[in-house]
Design a protein around this ligand. Structure first.
Ligand SMILES: [Zn+2]
Length: 114
């Protein structure tokens, strides 16, 4: 069995929706999403991203992780808003801050001796 080649799975977040699209999830075989993003914004990548850029909508690399094409497919199936850190509900993020760990509470102000 041959292991699936690793690359970079990435999420592009659009500053405003383009028709119904808010994200583009892609895969860069050479683990370099930044290079791939440059191709997208110069019109050498996905036609969707090219159209978004042509419409004057900002495109941001919101997330990137090492994975395979199968991981890219999984991210597609999960929908962009669930894999995009920019679109996850703030409430969920807030709750996570208070679920323990040494950073759970704000530091108590200390009195500094004069
Ligand atoms: Zn997003």
């Amino acid at each position: 069995m041959i292991a699936a080649p690793l690359g970079s799975v990435y999420v592009l977040h659009f500053a405003s929706p383009y028709h119904h699209a808010r994200h583009y999830i892609g895969f860069a075989a050479d683990s370099n999403a930044t290079r791939r993003l440059r191709e997208h914004v110069t019109g050498q990548g996905s036609p969707l991203v090219a159209a978004v850029v042509a419409a004057g909508i900002g495109v941001e690399l919101a997330a990137e992780w090492i994975g395979t094409r199968a991981d890219e497919r999984k991210a597609h199936n999960a929908h962009g808003t669930r894999v995009c850190p920019r679109c996850r509900r703030p409430r969920a993020r807030q709750l996570r801050l208070f679920t323990g760990g040494s950073h759970a509470a704000a530091p108590t102000p200390r009195r500094i001796a004069a």
